[in-house]
Design a protein around this ligand. Sequence first.
Ligand code: ADP
Ligand code: MG
Length: 357
Amino acid sequence: MIEVRNLVKKYGNHLAVDHLDFRLESGKVYGFLGPNGAGKSTTMNIMTGYLGATEGQVIIDGHDILKEPEAAKKQIGYLPEQPPLYMEMTVREYLQFAAELKRIPGKNREEAVDEVEKLVKVRSVEDRLIRNLSKGYRQRVGLAQAVLGFPDIIILDEPTVGLDPKQIIEIRELIRRLAEKHTVILSSHILAEVREVCDYILIISRGKLVASDTPENLEKMLGESDTVEIETEASPATVGEILKNVPGIAQIVIKETSEGVTRAQIREKKGEDARGRIFDAFAGNRVTLLTLRRLSVSLEDVFMELTQKETVPEAFRRKMQETASEETAGAEPESAQDSARNQERDREGDEIDDSSL
Ligand code: ADP
Ligand code: MG
């Protein structure tokens, strides 16, 4: 079992990992899902002992990765985002070297290398220099290195990035095969990918865990939208007035007003179904409600929503950060991102109330 407790990583004053807390059980396939910059690689580097944390703890099968690195690391095979391949070695030499580093006893080394070469299908290129391999083969060699010695836990950082569709399918099949006997943790910024192979998904955004569940439950739970759309003859101001004291509402966004009809989207607070109360509020005020319906949302939409701040284009975000740090010396990057997000939101429509966000 892997326990990550209150993990924090700061780069300068940028919070890359923001109090992550989770437990992973043995024998499952876990997916870290999040957009670029979410903190997936940083988290994996800390979990595997390649990077120190600012705060918090990682416990691998009872061993603290900092206090007992040898015991903890022995359980883990890791394919980092940039696999540490030695370009001037042949595939075989590299894997033999990796086996030595992993302290696989000399007499078992050749057999261990044979086994992983077969598993990831690099046997045919074992005498080639790594520098002459395609991206797909290099990735497989990286995987072979991670799997070597068959540690209990295999951690793969974006294992399919840069591969073509056929190679992606092969890597997926390999992950499924590994999953029969190992705990596998992989990261991806592609929802379809983790949905495909993972038993359990942890969605990470801006260093925070924003959701974690089985793909099925995420679909179910998050597929149910928390937004109710209404159309009414009332003016936007009246809509705000009527809904002001209705419990369970987080936010009201006016989408459109035309020919005496106001269309508004009402976001409910977590776990609330405010439809009945919304209806009653309008009826009680004798204001006509033309429609009232729950919006449907796809898992993709939810993912975008949960991770929205990160989807502000990188260049735009950097610019916002620069502007913010010019204005207020020492400002946290978050404040720049928040203002970028607010601008995004402002474009959607007028907010009447977002006090509880
Ligand atoms: P992901 O793997 O989800 O794309 P990373 O863990 O690589 O995210 O990065 C998380 C955040 O930390 C990003 O904002 C990134 O720019 C920042 N970051 C990562 N590594 C460093 C570093 N060595 N120095 C400073 N900032 C870093
Ligand atoms: Mg990464």
